[in-house]
Write a new protein. Sequence first.
Length: 477
Amino acid sequence: MSNLLTELRAIVGAAHVLTEGDLSAWEQDWRQRAHGKALAVLRPGSTAEVAALVKACARYRSQHPDQPLSIVPQGGNTSLAVGATPDASGQQLVLSLQRLNKVRALDGANLTITAEAGCVLQTLQERALADGFLLPLSLASEGTCTLGGNLGSNAGGTQVLRFGNARELCLGLEVVNAQGEVWNGLSGLRKDNTGYDLRHLFVGSEGTLGIITAATMKLYPLPAAQLTAWAAVPSMQAAVTLLGLAHQHLGPELTGFEVMGQFALSLVDKHFKQLRVPLFQSSPWCVLLENSDHVSETHARSQFEGLLEAALADGCVTDAVVAESLTQAKALWQVRESISLAQSQEGLNIKHDISLPISNIPAFVQSTDAALAQAIPGVRLVNFGHLGDGNLHYNVQAPEGVDAADFLREHEPEVNRLVFDAVTRFGGSISAEHGIGSLKVHQLVHYKSPVALSMMRSIKQALDPQNLMNPGRVLEL
């Protein structure tokens, strides 16, 4: 391996091939559930360097087929499915894209922005805003997650019901394949019907087929006004009814619809005393709505008031507040985005990022809550998520006073099976936006069609026959 490391240092410079010192920032996931050991951390500064590194590794692998060398692409290392953390073998190279952080172009007429994979999402949002445009991809980790990781995991977030996942926002990619060749597909075209759409192979592939080094993303005009409301609802069914009313009253101007359970909000209230959490103490569920209007604030407020009046009359809302300023709106969104951090403060938990037909969500929640309570008395459910697109973060916390690590060790397989079996019964998916990574790779074989798995393995074999790219993620080979 020493000859290979020497070659890699010659490509990117010795300062960007890290083998000693504290490498924990790259060797463990942010939840600290997985701790690996990298052969080295590679920090290329250009697509050409990424290609040269991969080519050198592919050549070494072909010359030493008995040595399981592989590459783990890594962006902001915010994965929730342990998809960007090396294993403990010491045979995996972490390839960090964080130095590839340039915005290459913003085309206002084409409504696109082209940027490198290491660009932090918030930086891209701010660049678009400075030029008078909206990049609608938005998630809680946007201050640290990067564009390449967002696309590699097909990230979702809070505005999917209006704008779609990262996949729908991506018009083109630049990718280094498993042989070290560069595919430049950054055209930014909305229509290109010339065969297989390779972009869709790499979006959501979690670095198992190649390394995304740049992307062209859609932009949108800024709305004339954006209003936020917080509503208390008496049940999950009432939240679904409210969603239907919101579609009727707001149409495509509805850009956010988040549901939050009482216990989830109580954790924010407990661990972040500086935040004011409205209405949660007297209601089992709360909903956060966002209305992005392209006419005026007066029009937006009138629409919102009409919606809430209809919802109160229907009984699906028991109380509501409308933010009167941008500061108040940000404070409401901060509460929603603090749930995951509050969970971490409370202790390790069993995370489920699931999607279901929206019409089936109330029955799923009712039956699965009951099944978990019967199986594990005192279990606490941190249920929240993007109800507008059918995505719940259905997380399971240990009973009060029970050690969290012991709880995971004793109950995680049982809880996962119970939840995923229920998801399947109700016509859903075991991963909505977090991906499969290594955390769910053993589960996928039980919940994915054998035909689909066979086709996926064929694609992997065709594009990465040496299994060089992020092995052990997404697929068991």
